[in-house]
Every structure is written in C-alpha cells, then in structure tokens.
Design a protein around this ligand. Structure first.
Ligand SMILES: [Fe+2]
Ligand SMILES: [Fe+2]
Length: 216
C-alpha cells in the first residue's frame, strides 16, 4: 500500500477514535445505569489514548490526512438520534466499532508493517471489550423500550449501515472489486444479512421483531 494511501486510511481511524470519545462523553449523562456510565467514562479515555497512538504512527507516515466526508457523515448520523441513547450505543458500539475493527484487520493485511501490527493489536483488544460492553448492556436495556421505538431504531440503523458501507465500498474498495452497481448491491445485501445475523445471535433482535422489521 502506498504511504500516502495508508496515511489517508489510518487517519480515518484517528477521526473515528475522536468521534467515539466525544460520543461517550455526550451520552454518558443520559444513560440511567450507573455501571454503564462508568464504563463509558473509562471508554472515552481508551478512545483518546487510541487517537494519540494513531497520531504518533501517522507522524511517521508524514502526518494526519484529511477527514473523509463519508466518515464524517457516518459519525454525525450516528450521533443524530433524538430518542433513547441506546440507539446511539447500538450504532457506535455494535455497528461502527465493529466495522472499524474489520477495516483495521484489512489494513493490517494490506500494510506489511510490524509497528502498525503492534498498534492494531493493542487497540483491537480494547475495541473488542467496548463491543462486548455494547452487546451486554443493550441486551438488557433494548427490550425495555417500546416495540415501535425498537423497530424505528433498527430501520434507522439499517440506513446508517447502508449509507456508510456504500460510501466506503465505492471509495476504498480495491480496484475492480465491484464491476457495476448490480454487483455492489448484491454484495451490500449479503453483508447486511451477515450484520443482521450478528445482531440476532447477540440477542439484540428477537425473532418476532426480526419478522416485523423485515416486513416494514
Ligand atoms: Fe478506540
Ligand atoms: Fe472503542
């Protein structure tokens, strides 16, 4: 991977860390469970530390690149939910952190750099803990929300995922991976089904809800 391209991709991880740290601070006050508030406070410190690590690494590649408008839009959309803060936790902890972790593994594969591998391993360990917290917390809290609100959240989440995945796939995918829109839309549909499977197996969508959600 050319150095400039690597710097641009890794810069998006830096911006993601900054956005996630900001989200933890913003929604912490709106979460009613004390232990979850404590976790979010610690998580914001983790994310700030990750941002600093990425920045130090980026200095070796020539400095921080520009924020991609697609990444900016995804994080702004994830923060824009006006209802229960659990929707924002679902968007950040399960969807965006999950995708960032997958992309981090991809970059790890494309970029044969032992230092990046070390950075990536340390950060991935924390991210796995954040994702696990999101799943455990949401499994308890989501069922307490009215069914209508949960369905609204899933529909919003699906739009957020499709929009983000489409812009990342069309801008960052290896050349020739998607020839024509049909192939891209088949790929997106398959990937969304996988994400839906993850949400179901994590106990975040029940069978009855899944059925209703798919018929909306
Ligand atoms: Fe992080
Ligand atoms: Fe995280």
């Amino acid at each position: 991977m050319p150095r400039k391209r690597a710097a641009t991709a890794i810069s998006q991880f830096y911006f993601g860390e900054v956005a996630t740290a900001d989200m933890c601070k913003r929604i912490g006050a709106h979460v009613s469970v004390g232990s979850a508030r404590d976790f979010l406070e610690t998580q914001s410190l983790d994310e700030e530390r990750h941002a600093k690590i990425y920045l130090r690494y980026l200095r070796k590649l020539g400095g921080l690149g520009p924020l991609s408008s697609a990444v900016e839009h995804s994080y702004a959309t994830a923060l824009s939910w006006k209802g229960a803060p659990e929707a924002i936790i679902l968007a950040f902890h399960v969807i965006l952190e999950g995708e960032a972790l997958r992309l981090q593994q991809d970059v790890d594969m494309w970029l044969p750099c032992p230092l990046f591998r070390e950075v990536s391993t340390v950060i991935a360990r924390d991210e796995a803990r954040h994702i696990a917290f999101g799943k455990i917390y949401l499994r308890e809290i989501l069922p307490t929300l009215p069914l209508r609100e949960r369905l609204d959240i899933y529909v919003w989440l699906k739009h957020l995922w499709y929009e983000s995945a489409l812009s990342v796939a069309s801008r960052m995918a290896p050349p020739g991976m998607f020839i024509g829109r049909r192939r891209l839309s088949v790929w997106l549909a398959r990937k969304w089904r996988e994400r839906l499977g993850d949400l179901t197996s994590a106990g975040l969508i029940g069978d009855e809800e899944l059925h209703r959600f798919e018929t909306i």
